[in-house]
Ligand binder design. Structure first.
Ligand code: DGY
Length: 320
């Protein structure tokens, strides 16, 4: 029988799918496996269900052995996988697109509202038992209606955020490597802009691009310098898309208006400068963290493994 290793606890529904086709070992420690532990864990596995913090590269595939057929990443992002190296060794790589789109878009919008309406700040005020009273100038935020959302990467999640923004009366601009399909542009009334133009004109800049060599530190000092002094940066993609130190400096010096961050450059660390600022809403990588979504992600990963181990095409393969 095939052997599947799951590198971190997953919902039971996913384990049940794997049990139909393989002997399953779930590593249930309460932290990511170290690289050495990961290499040891995958030895002899035919399939691996991996998490976004597991580095999957040629070395790991070699440690697993020639029998390895599939690595299923329980995430839509797969910057933790050296795809050319892994697929080049004949191993299928899969991810979990689609099933986390709404949850991530909801979280992006929630964090955005938290910054613009100062929800975290208000909550901290109350929890600190600080006296307060209602008056017309008390804790004023900023409305979103009539403002422009600039989406960097109008893929599934970017579109879902744009749809939410439209419901809040925002205008949509976007940038990216490719223009979106005509129907999407029409549905969202979305204007395609160059990256520079988007950075200069958007009130909210929401990042939805994958982390690649090209997008690493896409938001750096130079990009921040182009933004409006009131601009708000939202990141639910991957931390290293932003130069976190540069962002902290821009916020501390009041060069931009705020930030809404679900992901960080050196997770689980967060730049201490960001933690001091009231105009920063932060969450510990919760984009897909609903019971329904995490179950759907793990089940999709398990189905990908089951498909490959039974000679079927994977449902959601990643190609180099
Ligand atoms: C993903 O799937 O890439 C997300 O970051 C997980 O929440």
């Amino acid at each position: 029988m095939s052997r599947v290793v799951v590198t971190r606890a997953v919902p039971e529904a996913a384990v049940a799918v794997l049990h139909e086709v393989a002997e399953v070992r779930v590593c249930d420690q309460d932290r990511p496996l170290t690289p050495d532990e990961l290499r040891e864990a995958v030895r002899g596995a035919d399939g691996v269900v991996a998490m976004l913090h597991d580095r999957i590269d040629a070395d790991l595939v070699d440690a697993a052995g020639d029998q390895l057929e599939v690595v299923a990443n329980v995430a839509v992002g797969y910057d933790n996988v050296d795809v050319p190296a892994v697929t080049g060794r004949g191993v299928t790589v899969t991810n979990t697109p689609g099933v986390l789109t709404d949850a991530t878009a909801d979280l992006a919008f929630g964090l955005l509202l938290s910054v613009t309406r100062r929800l975290g700040e208000g909550e901290r005020l109350l929890r600190s038992r600080t006296p307060w009273n209602f008056h017309l100038g008390f804790m004023l935020g900023t409305g979103l209606q009539g403002k422009t959302l600039g989406v960097v990467g109008l893929g599934g999640i970017g579109q879902a955020v744009a749809r939410r923004a439209r419901a809040f009366g925002m205008h949509i601009a976007y940038t990216g490597r490719r223009r979106a399909a005509q129907e999407i542009e029409s549905e969202l009334d979305a204007r395609y802009l160059s990256q520079d133009e988007l950075l200069r004109t958007a009130d909210v800049i929401s990042l939805h691009c994958p982390l690649t060599d090209q997008t690493h530190h896409l938001i750096d000092d130079a990009a921040l310098a182009q933004m409006k002094p009131t601009a708000i940066v939202v990141n639910t993609s991957r931390g290293p898309v932003i130069d976190e130190k540069a962002l902290a400096r821009a916020l501390q010096e009041g060069r931009i208006g705020g930030a809404a961050l679900d992901v960080f450059e050196h997770e689980p660390e967060v730049d201490p400068g960001l933690l001091e600022l009231d105009n920063v809403a932060i969450a510990p990588h919760l984009g897909s963290a609903t019971t329904e979504t995490r179950t759907a992600m793990a089940e999709l990963a398990a189905r990908n493994v089951a498909a490959v181990l039974t000679g079927q095409p994977p449902l959601t393969p990643v190609t180099a």
